[in-house]
Design a protein around this ligand. Structure first.
Ligand code: ADP
Ligand code: MG
Length: 402
């Protein structure tokens, strides 16, 4: 970066030298002007040269304004002192370009407004008081000149605005890229650590099982062993779920056409055994035949996680509704519960790794869901009210049955 800056500055100085030399040459090669005018222009060029040379070492906002002011004065002076060179009118129109060099929206507006005011002032003055016939072109078509001026300002604004948007987009993209790269390495590191922890856990668990089944072990100690096993099982669950999210995508998982209604029915049947504990009741409102192209295991995992959350949030006997419908090229699958719901804060934290309000939760379920849905260019929208319930809407691309 530093090196690029050095090279850029070298070119900047060469460029400035060339511009100043050009300006000076233009003044020297002209004739027929008064000494005062020459002195004024000469002084202006010298001040401009100094400011432009000092600028790279003092890149302040004030300095930029100063450069814009000096440039503006210079071009208007040229315009007024050399009326027979009508093309200097073009330079006046291009004055806001100076601020485009600094790429600052505020400076651009400042310079555009200043230019508009100065143009109005100088053209009014010329039209009303100027007797020099060289300015006749300004007088014969007042409206045409004003229109040209205004049009050029609009054009410059348009160019500036478009470029600004493009640059902002690029900046955003670059930041996101950096962010995701950082995340990726963090995840890879964490996954490697998690993987390493799993092996010793298995060994410890094996020994605990051995001691627990040993007849000579006193029963109070057996209880302790069982407690330790439970904790280890929990740790294993967290690790395997975490690895499922963090595992780099091998891309080998096969996708197939999934009959959404059929699969949802299967999943609900499976979950019913789980929900006996809470005796939740399921209502399936499956409208039309919908199909989506996904890996079947991922589809199951997605809805098992969401439905499990709905069951866990519900208390005894509450109903859980599962709906689907096709909307254009998407299918919407909603899982609605009347359980304890979430506050806005809780909703915002949902999907961040290890965020869980359950004593036995891993806080990875929703994260897995988000990852799966993202992979298929779908979305998850969640509506929730504390104490009222939650509606989770999964949108997936639909595909027709071949
Ligand atoms: P876990 O279920 O292991 O806690 P999840 O990522 O599945 O992890 O969910 C994270 C948290 O989001 C849960 O602990 C719960 O507080 C909240 N949550 C998720 N789904 C619902 C729901 N349907 N109703 C209320 N809270 C929910
Ligand atoms: Mg969960």
């Amino acid at each position: 970066m530093e090196r690029y800056r050095e090279i850029n500055i070298k070119y900047y100085y060469h460029f400035i030298k060339a511009i100043i030399a050009f300006m000076a040459l233009a003044i020297i090669s002209s004739h027929g002007k008064s000494t005062a005018e020459y002195l004024f222009l000469g002084a202006l060029i010298i001040v401009l040269a100094i400011v432009l040379f000092v600028y790279p070492k003092h890149e302040t906002f004030l300095m930029k304004i100063f450069i814009i002011l000096l440039g503006t004065i210079y071009f208007y002076s040229i315009f007024y002192i050399y009326p027979e060179t009508w093309s200097s009118f073009i330079f006046i129109c291009l004055i806001p370009l100076i601020s485009i060099l600094f790429f600052d929206a505020k400076l651009f507006y400042f310079s555009a407004v200043l230019n508009g005011l100065l143009y109005s002032a100088i053209s009014s003055y010329i039209i009303l008081f100027e007797s020099n016939p060289a300015f006749n072109y300004m007088k014969t078509d007042i409206i045409g000149n004003a229109m040209n001026f205004l049009g050029s300002q609009l054009l410059l604004f348009f160019i500036f605005w478009l470029t600004l948007i493009r640059i902002k987009k690029q900046q955003l993209y670059y930041e996101q890229l950096q962010q995701s790269e950082k995340l990726k390495t963090t995840w890879q590191l964490a996954a490697a650590v998690a993987h390493e922890i799993r092996n010793p856990l298995t060994v410890v668990k094996g020994f605990l099982q051995l001691y627990e089944s040993d007849v000579s072990t006193p029963s109070d100690r057996k209880d302790n062993y069982r407690l330790m096993m439970d904790e280890l099982n929990m740790a294993e669950k967290v690790i395997s779920q975490f690895l499922m999210v963090a595992k780099p995508d091998t891309g080998e998982k096969s996708e197939e056409i999934i009959d959404v209604n059929q699969e949802l029915r299967n999943i609900v049947d499976l979950m019913k055994s789980y929900s006996y504990l809470n005796d939740s009741e399921f209502f399936l409102e499956l409208e039309s035949d919908c199909y989506t192209c996904m890996n079947i295991m991922e589809f199951k995992q997605l809805f098992i996680n969401i439905i499990k959350n709905a069951i866990e949030a519900s208390s005894h006997g509450q109903t859980i509704v599962i709906k689907n419908r096709e909307k254009g090229k998407q299918i919407w699958i909603e899982v609605i519960d009347r359980g304890n719901g979430m506050t806005k804060e809780e909703l915002r934290s949902l999907g961040t790794p290890f965020y869980s309000l359950k004593s036995k939760g891993t806080g990875l379920g929703m994260m897995i869901c988000y990852n799966i849905v993202l992979k298929y260019q779908g979305t998850i929208d969640i509506n929730s009210k504390k104490g009222k319930g939650t509606a989770v809407a999964v949108k997936l691309p639909s595909c027709s049955r071949r």
